[in-house]
Design a binder for this molecule. Structure first.
Ligand code: PMP
Length: 386
């Protein structure tokens, strides 16, 4: 029989996170620090707005780019919160999560063989999406010495004639690192000098704890070369709603919309009505969640450092990425043994690419009670190996 599968798909590696979740799901009494989603339920006002839209019978498709009212709210929100201005009429597209936004961005800009620079450790979808779009992911590794922050000179070391774009994620999953305005300026300078595009994954923009968040698109000469990928999953605790958005210069937005029209038509209508409410009146809820995450971050970083699992204080998202190097276990061994012996699920750092080995990702989007119990168990696990 002929080979029935696409060779591109066959070459894709399965996600390394899945195996751990499957194992954890088959066990009782597991505390999971593995998941990458908020532990909050979406605010009632947002849920109610969505329910109301159903009661009113708003069950048809929306415009391909999303409800104009929602795009107008996104335009206003991006301007007021992050000082970036993309027009609701032709530079903003509502998508099915930031996940679809990333996929559209890659497919709209990549020609066969073109390269996109990714900064690892990073979100596991980036390289597969680049490859599925016919491109090549070129990885730069970062380390704990620089708090997992990309150093501008690293970009120049990997630029070739085929380099099309730089994919940046700040605050970062899995390291929590958040780039300051000054750091972004140095990166932007190189991007402009080499005429690159930037795909800025800003899904954690609302969840920064120290410096305020800076969008690279707000810097001089960057709007016209930046595609912002964002959404409601993290900051607004709306993962299951599957709603994200793209902001990009008109020419690129039109290209992405073309693909979106054929592949998705539009994002779910009832979710879009909920999102309008989230942007209009959700600021206070986001602020309360942010404060709660910040408390938990501080607790977790202190506990991990006290037990010898060193980590910096991450500026954003809801992850800590401590080093487990002194245990002489690999990340996979550490995560597997910790799960089997102490029933705590974490994600081994190696699944996030270069620089991830020797670390584990711990999410603090769990109740304080669970975090305290998890820290006790991890401490016992680590001390048993000293
Ligand atoms: N980017 C990053 C960095 C993420 O961590 C995630 C979710 N884990 C996504 C994108 C996808 O988010 P969404 O739920 O909006 O598809």
């Amino acid at each position: 029989m002929k080979d029935r599968l696409s060779s591109k798909v066959q070459q894709l590696k399965p996600s390394g996170i899945r195996r751990f979740f499957d194992l954890a799901a088959s066990m009782d009494d597991v505390i999971s620090l593995g998941v990458g989603e908020p532990d909050f339920v979406t605010s009632w006002a947002v849920r109610e707005a969505s329910i109301l839209s159903l009661e009113r019978g708003y069950t048809s498709y929306t415009a391909n780019a999303g409800l104009l009212e929602l795009r107008r709210e996104i335009e206003k929100y991006m301007q007021e919160s992050f000082s970036v201005s993309y027009r609701s009429t032709d530079e903003i597209i509502v998508t099915v999560g930031a996940s679809q936004a990333l996929d559209l961005a890659m497919r709209a800009i990549i020609n066969p063989g073109e390269e996109v620079i990714v900064v690892e450790p990073n979100f596991v979808s980036y390289s597969p999406l680049i490859e599925l779009a016919g491109g090549k992911a070129v990885a730069i590794g970062t380390t704990e010495e620089t708090e997992f922050k990309l150093q501008p000179e690293q970009i120049e070391q990997v630029i070739t004639n085929n380099t099309k774009a730089l994919l940046l994620c700040s605050p970062n999953n899995p390291t929590g690192s958040s780039l300051t305005k000054k750091e972004l300026e140095a990166i932007a300078e190189i991007v402009r000098a080499h005429d690159l595009l930037v795909i800025a994954d800003e899904i954690y923009a609302e969840l920064t704890y120290d410096d305020t968040f800076t969008s690279i698109a707000s810097l001089e000469g960057m709007k016209e070369r930046t595609i912002i990928v964002s959404g409601f999953s993290k900051g607004f605790a709306m993962t299951g709603w599957r709603l994200g958005y793209l902001c990009a210069p008109k020419e690129i937005a039109e290209a992405m919309l073309k693909i979106h029209q054929y592949t998705m038509m539009c994002a779910p209508t009832m979710a879009q009505y909920g999102a309008i409410e989230a942007l209009k009146n959700g600021k206070q809820d986001v602020e309360e969640m942010r404060k709660s995450y910040r408390r938990r971050r501080n607790y977790m970083v202190k506990s991990l450092n006290e037990m010898g699992l060193n980590c910096h204080l991450p500026g954003g998202a809801f992850y800590v990425f401590p080093s487990i190097k002194h245990t002489n276990l690999s990340s996979e061994q550490f995560a597997e043994q910790l799960l089997l012996e102490e029933r705590v699920a974490v994600v081994p750092g190696n699944v996030f690419g270069k620089g991830g080995e020797g670390h584990i990702r711990c999410s603090y989007a769990s109740s304080m009670e669970s975090l305290e119990e998890a820290m006790k168990r991890i401490s016992r696990f680590v001390h048993a190996r000293q």
